[in-house]
Ligand binder design. Structure first.
Ligand code: AGP
Length: 364
């Protein structure tokens, strides 16, 4: 079916706005909201010893967010690797490993080859894909669908949050099946996920404040994104999004890694975007922000209103919706995407068809 932009200026803008629905639709596949329970799927996580995720680009960052959840909630060891590395290095994979390919298109050459390698080496395989009839869906033993609908913009947005939503739901499922999550906590986590579409819709309304920040970013040649925990892969995703569509050099770092090198880059011309939900590492992130602000870096902290102000000049704040830490990567994905989008619009680039990029990389 022909997909149209409708009232939106770009497909990317439309796809950002579709995320309350695409996340809701994806979560419904994995969770029973009425009873506050996970739905048992084809994989019994109690019989899985390890997870090996393979993916490229944005899907790789979704996989890294999944890893934090699988290990924390299910005590399930999880590795995540870029498919172009995994496929050629003869990795040592333990039997009992479930290999998971994460891909919007289901056609990315390196991810498909990694999946086939895992299958040929006797592993159970699953494909977390948005195109349910794709090569990866056919190759894998189990298909885990995302329901983002067709994604037209080359820069992935709604496919990413759908992947993250599915991985978070699967991590809760794994926790339940492995006896790490009791029915009370299960109900609480399912409820937290159920809140995600509404909070994503709230985050989409952050656009006014973000346009001002985007105006500043559009003048920069380098931007740093910082986060801890699941906000670290999201920081890398934010940097990738900004590079892809605004052609501004950006890097995502774990906030605690700054003083091991990248803090040398900090000056008054390098904006630092910090993703700081109110979670157990908030204070740690806040103290890293004081360090960069003290060196003259203009810091933009995206955090809920309830988060205390880090002391230090040069820290400006953007209010994000208050949310359960489990769903923070879904909620904070929105300002990250909007920042890249508005910066690109400000620079007048071809947002939906950025230079040198293809929607799916089906050749090496
Ligand atoms: C993201 O904005 C990208 N353009 C790119 O990194 C993409 O996520 C990657 O090529 C993987 O594609 P896939 O999900 O279709 O496998």
């Amino acid at each position: 079916a022909l997909v149209e932009k409708g009232e939106y200026r770009h497909f990317m803008e439309k796809e950002i706005h579709e995320q309350p629905d695409s996340v809701q639709h994806t979560l419904s596949h994995y969770l029973d909201f009425v009873n506050g329970r996970v739905k048992p799927g084809e994989i019994d996580f109690a019989a899985v010893d390890r997870i090996q995720i393979v993916a490229c680009g944005t899907a790789f960052y979704a996989g890294q967010i999944g890893r934090y959840a699988f290990e924390r909630l299910a005590g399930l060891p999880c590795d995540v690797e870029i498919a172009s590395e995994f496929r050629y290095r003869n990795p040592a994979v333990a039997p009992g490993t479930l290999a998971v390919a994460v891909s919007q298109s289901g056609e990315t050459a390196d991810t498909l080859a990694s999946l086939s390698w895992c299958k040929a080496n006797g592993l159970k395989t699953a494909a977390l894909v948005n195109v349910h009839s794709s090569s990866m869906a056919r190759e894998a033993l189990v298909v885990w669908p995302t329901h983002a609908g067709p994604e037209i913009g080359v820069a992935s947005t709604k496919a990413f949050t759908a992947q993250v939503a599915a991985l978070l739901a699967l991590a809760v499922t794994a926790g339940v099946q492995r006896g790490r999550i009791d029915p009370l906590i299960e109900g609480e986590l399912v409820k937290a996920l159920f809140e995600a579409p509404r909070l994503i819709a709230e985050a989409v309304q952050m656009d006014g404040a973000l346009r001002g920040v985007a105006h500043e970013l559009s003048k920069a040649t380098d931007v740093l994104f910082l986060g801890r925990g699941a906000m670290f892969p999201l920081a890398m995703e934010g940097a990738l999004k900004l590079k892809e569509i605004s052609y501004i050099h950006a890097e995502g770092y774990a906030a605690g890694e700054l003083k091991h090198g990248p803090i040398a880059l900090v000056d008054e011309l390098t904006p630092i975007v910090a993703l700081a939900p109110l979670d157990e590492v908030f204070e740690k992130t806040a103290s890293n922000l004081q360090e960069v602000a003290a060196r003259g870096g203009p810091v933009i902290m995206i955090a809920p209103k309830a988060a205390p102000d880090p002391h230090g000049a040069g820290i400006s704040r953007i209010d994000a919706p208050d949310c359960h830490p489990l769903i923070a990567p879904l909620v904070y994905a929105i300002p990250v995407q909007l920042l890249a989008y508005y910066t690109a619009v400000e620079k007048g680039t071809d947002v939906d068809q950025p230079r040198n990029l293809a929607k799916s990389v089906t050749v090496e």
